[in-house]
Every structure is written in structure tokens, then in C-alpha cells.
Design a binder for this molecule. Structure first.
Ligand code: FMN
Length: 274
């Protein structure tokens, strides 16, 4: 029996290249339709979306997603996510990875939700086109993924209807959270891409799109070739540039991208925990 009133589905995501957005929105909208609930969007991709803490309560179903960066929840989000207040909401943590692996990220996001006071009814690791590449996980989430994502949402709605709030916190793989995935060169030396930033070529017509899509707010509006803050290599300024004017020329980065494209050609499958 359900002894709480669920009033809305919250569609919550950080998604520089829109694959996490697609996964989270598909789950939220399917759930909203099935349970006849309104869907409210909390997009915390841009700095403005992280000005105030996320706040939910026991009347909410919270579908929350982040991409997988280095096998983990992006570390630049941890401080912000630590301020999230869940207050008894039902949560559905999802991570989206670029056809390699989600490693510890799903476990980590589940822990973050629990720490904020939410209980995880279900969770999943989904695949999105890799931010570094146009080949790795090309076009994903694709039609096959979307069908599976909708089925996942329907299974959750059945579970909610059946158990109400009387369910156990879902157990996922990948824990405990210990380390970040580190790329290596052909000799086994670690490649450090933390300081790498995209360059700009002559195609740039100064439209400033890159300024507005940078989740770190790090591209100078006066001079789009200049960085005023950190670059997290999220791919937004590269993939969203209408002129294809931004690119990487760092040897370590390019080696890592090529190595990923070679090593992870197979189709990675999504993994759900219901
Ligand atoms: C810095 C960085 C690190 C990443 N690390 C991983 C990883 O460890 N495993 C993986 O499969 N994909 C990895 N990816 C790919 C992203 O998880 C993937 O592109 C995701 O779909 C991006 O989400 P978005 O479209 O919502 O921004 C990484 C991407 C970036 C930018």
C-alpha cells in the first residue's frame, strides 16, 4: 500500500552533450505518462543550474542522471551534489557511459542519492555516444536503447504501483568507490589530460555558442579562444559548434581517443537494476 502522495516526476540531469538528457527525459516522461504525473525538469548542466541546491521531498520521484567520467560521477559535480536535499523522495539514479564501462559511477550516484535522504527504487547504466568521439557508441542512445529505456521505466512504474514506498534500497554493482579510471599510453604510462583544452581554427565566426554551452562557464565571451576557468573535456563546445571550429591537438588526448575507439568497438549493453 502506498501511504504517500506522489505529485510529480523530477527529471534531473547534467548533460553537456545531451545523451544523459535523452536517457533521463525518456525515463521521466514514460513514468509521468504511466503514473499520470507532471514532469518537472532540473537541468544542472550550466553554472546557472547549480546556483541553488536541488531540493526534493517525499512527494517526488526523482530520476537523476550524470555522465560517467573516468569511471565515476564527474568529480566537478560532487560538491554540488553533496548539497542536494532528498528528504524521503523515491530516486532512480542513472549513469550514461561512452561504450567503455561505467565502473564505479552507478554505485557512487546511488550512494549520493542515499546520502541526500532519498531511497533508490531502481537504477541503471546506459550508453551514450562518447563525448571524445563520433565513432564510439555512435548515435546512442539509439532506437533499440530507447525501447529498453521505456521498458525500464514501465517496470519501475509497476514496482511503484505494487510496492508503494515499501521497497528495499536497490543494490547495484561497481562498489565500493575507490578510484578513477586512468588512460595509459602504449608503454603503460598514465596519460594526464587534465590540463588539455580545445583549440579554435579559422572556421570560427565568433557566434559565441561555445560560451553558452560550456558547463564550467570557462570560455571568455570577449575572446572565445581564451579560457577563464577549467576545461572538463565534456565535448559540448566541440560537438555543439555550428562551424566545427574547435578541436584537440594534444598528443596524449588523441592517443587516448584512438585507443578507446580501437579497444571498445563492441556494442556495450545497458544494465538495469529493478
Ligand atoms: C572526461 C570524460 C571522461 C569519460 N570517461 C568515460 C569512462 O570512463 N567510460 C565510458 O564509457 N565513457 C566515458 N566518457 C564518455 C561519457 O560518459 C559519454 O560521452 C556520455 O554519454 C556523455 O554524457 P552527455 O552526453 O550527457 O554529456 C567520458 C567522457 C568525458 C568527457
Amino acid at each position: 500500500m502506498m501511504n504517500r502522495v506522489i505529485k510529480r516526476v523530477c527529471s534531473v540531469y547534467f548533460s553537456p552533450t545531451d545523451t544523459t538528457k535523452k536517457v533521463v527525459s525518456t525515463i521521466s516522461e514514460t513514468l509521468g505518462n504511466k503514473l499520470l504525473l507532471p514532469v518537472e525538469v532540473f537541468d544542472f548542466t550550466l553554472p546557472k543550474g547549480r546556483e541553488k541546491p536541488l531540493k526534493f521531498n517525499e512527494n517526488d520521484i526523482v530520476v537523476i542522471g550524470t555522465p560517467v567520467y573516468a569511471g565515476r560521477v564527474p568529480n566537478v559535480l560532487l560538491k554540488f551534489l553533496d548539497t542536494m536535499e532528498g528528504e524521503g523522495a523515491i530516486s532512480i539514479p542513472v549513469v550514461v557511459f561512452g561504450n567503455r564501462n561505467y565502473d564505479e559511477a552507478l554505485f557512487e550516484l546511488c550512494e549520493i542519492c542515499n546520502k541526500s535522504g532519498m531511497k533508490n527504487i531502481s537504477a541503471g547504466g546506459f550508453v551514450g555516444e562518447h563525448a571524445f568521439s563520433y565513432i564510439l557508441g555512435k548515435g546512442r542512445p539509439d532506437k533499440d536503447d530507447v525501447d529498453k529505456i521505456k521498458k525500464f521505466a514501465l517496470l519501475i512504474s509497476e514496482k511503484i504501483e505494487k510496492t508503494g514506498d515499501n521497497f528495499d534500497n536497490i543494490v547495484v554493482d561497481g562498489g565500493p568507490v575507490k578510484k578513477y579510471y586512468k588512460p595509459q599510453d602504449e608503454f603503460g604510462n598514465f596519460i594526464d589530460i587534465r590540463k588539455v583544452k580545445p583549440k579554435v581554427n579559422e572556421n570560427c565566426n565568433n557566434c559565441k555558442k561555445c560560451v553558452y554551452v560550456c558547463p564550467m562557464g570557462s570560455i571568455s565571451i570577449e575572446n572565445v579562444r581564451e579560457y577563464t576557468g577549467i576545461c572538463i573535456k565534456c565535448g559540448a563546445c566541440i560537438k555543439k559548434c555550428p562551424k566545427n571550429a574547435r578541436y584537440y591537438d594534444d598528443e596524449g588526448y588523441l592517443y587516448h581517443k584512438m585507443d578507446l575507439e580501437k579497444s571498445f568497438e563492441r556494442r556495450a549493453e545497458i544494465k538495469i537494476f529493478v
